[in-house]
Design a protein around this ligand. Structure first.
Ligand SMILES: O=C([O-])CC(=O)C(=O)O
Ligand SMILES: [Mg+2]
Length: 508
């Protein structure tokens, strides 16, 4: 096996996926041979080496026409390929040309997925060009065309892919763990063909981007996020494991859809839910060791905070929607200070949305302010105000607030709407993290622009349909004065003869 891998690596002109390039803090490994710990349970496993016809259909090792003469001899490929040997560079050029011909982003997404894993998509959608499976080429393409392909492989296109996941995909791309697997999760993990896992991205599908409960179809999210771990973080693909936990869905449309791929029942909650999660977390540690990173993604608020707190001391865990979003938004705000002036503590922040992203970002900003000013965090939090569906979060609401909102209940009279809150709080920075589109109305943007010469406006909800406002709206309604960034990307916009390029602040 190792010699085959070595031979395959010889003469290859592919992306470097060697252990050197793993994320820091990961497990030191020899290619394909790492173990999280020495004494963990290891399934007796038999490896078979792909050669010839099978090799051409193996996403992990196929190189298509880029197999060299030597490799064609060594791996029984003679005659199975036309005589030309092409460079990976040419393959890449041809593929990009093919992908660019699709008009609809979802078609591009499907072509990319076909290339990554050969998952049989509805071929009527991609008949023009035969896309062959070649994982190395997938990542090479992604790395070399980051700006163009990230919005295809991930937000915003991944949102639509999840909505249509059931009818798009006929073969799995990650591991599904449902209530049916209760008591057997360790065995299920062992069914996955890779043993040396370093990162798991897991969702339960309850809050997919700003699209809500997509149940089992949320799988597109862990799959997409992990592709980014490889393309941007250099982690080898086989060390990444996408998982969807299926405890049912409360989405009636899905429950009534004959194509729905998940459990047809309402979501399990309470003890049933926490028992499944607890079995899962224990199995993960037992099978992959304690250094495996578990990234929680797109869980609903009511579970996200609890899971992070519960497993934060026993496992290596990270919640991307709370912690990942907070880091990129703080970075975005700090970068924007160059344009809007002042230090962090000179600004007043108003959020629409007080869930994982909103409270996570608010807390990190308060922490950074506290570090910079040496004031206690209780003090710096007062520069930050949050509005949820019931209005401004204020002291009189303390008792009815979920625990993660409580630190933000400052003294103030009740204020019912975002517009009123803008008028009374007079924020210099307005951040949308509510998952609800079109909530930064003309009046809201006008109000924040009447208070500030250069208001910083961040419309972070995803995908594009859920964005609080578009770049065009922000520039028009602020008469070109807003400094605007969004979660999902917007094209440059020309306003009164000037082209505005908006920023993107996204926890890719
Ligand atoms: O995944 C993204 O594009 C950003 C994110 O975490 C979310 O919206 O849940
Ligand atoms: Mg997310």
């Amino acid at each position: 096996m190792e010699s085959t891998l070595k031979a395959l690596r010889e003469g290859e002109s592919v992306l470097d996926l060697s252990p050197r390039s793993t994320v820091s803090g990961g497990v030191e490994d020899v290619y394909g041979e790492d173990r999280a710990t020495e004494d963990q349970l290891v399934t007796p496993w038999s490896f078979s080496v792909a050669s010839g016809y099978t090799l051409l259909r193996d996403p992990q090792y196929n190189k298509g026409l880029a197999f060299t003469e030597k490799e064609r001899d060594a791996h029984y490929l003679r005659g199975l390929l036309p005589p030309t040997v092409v460079s990976q560079q040419l393959q890449e050029k041809q593929l990009m040309n093919n992908i660019r011909q699709y008009q609809v982003p979802l078609q591009k997404y499907m072509a990319m997925m076909e290339l990554q894993a050969g998952f049989s998509t509805h071929h009527d959608k991609i008949t023009q060009h035969e896309i062959e499976t070649n994982e190395r080429l997938f990542y090479k393409l992604l790395v070399d065309n980051v700006e163009e392909l990230l919005p295809i492989v991930y937000t915003p296109t991944v949102g639509e892919a999840c909505q249509k996941y059931g009818s798009i995909f006929k073969r799995p791309q990650g591991l599904y763990i449902s209530l049916k697997e209760k008591g057997k999760i360790l065995e299920v993990l062992k069914n996955w063909p890779e043993r040396s896992i370093q990162v798991i991205v897991v969702t339960d599908g309850e809050r997919i981007l700003g699209l809500g409960d997509l149940g089992c179809q949320g799988m597109g999210i862990p799959v997409g996020k992990l592709a980014l771990y490889t393309a941007l973080g250099g982690l080898r693909p086989s060390a990444c494991l996408p998982i969807t936990i299926d405890v049912g869905t409360n989405n009636e449309n899905l429950l009534n859809d004959e194509c729905y791929i998940g459990l047809r029942q309402k979501r399990a909650t309470g003890q049933e839910y926490s028992e499944l999660l607890s079995e899962f977390m224990a199995a993960v540690k037992q099978n992959y060791g304690e250094k495996v990173l578990v990234q929680f993604e797109d869980f609903a608020n009511h579970n996200a905070f609890e899971l992070l707190a519960k497993y934060g001391t026993s496992h290596l865990v990270f919640n991307d929607d709370i912690q990942g979003t907070a880091s990129v938004v703080l970075a975005g705000v700090v970068a924007a200070l160059k344009l809007i002036g002042g230090t962090l503590a000179d600004h007043t922040f108003l959020f629409l949305g007080a869930g994982e992203a909103g409270t996570g970002i608010a807390e990190l900003i308060a922490l950074e302010m506290s570090k910079q000013t040496k004031k206690p965090i209780e003090e710096t939090r007062k520069k930050i105000w949050l509005v949820d569906s019931k209005g401004l979060i204020v002291g009189s609401r303390q008792n009815s607030l979920q625990h993660f909102k409580k630190p933000w209940a400052h003294d103030h009279e009740p204020v019912g709407t975002l517009l009123e809150a803008v008028k009374v709080i007079k924020p210099t920075v307005l951040i949308g993290s509510s998952g609800v589109g079109k909530t930064f109305t003309k009046e809201v943007i006008e109000a924040v622009s009447s208070i500030n010469e250069k208001p910083l406006v961040m419309a972070l909800s995803n995908p594009t349909s859920q964005s609080e406002c578009t770049a065009e709206e922000a520039y028009q309604w602020s008469e070109g004065r807003a400094i605007f960034a969004s979660g999902s990307p917007f094209d440059p916009f020309e306003y009164k003869g000037k082209v505005y390029y908006s920023g993107q602040v996204l926890n890719w």
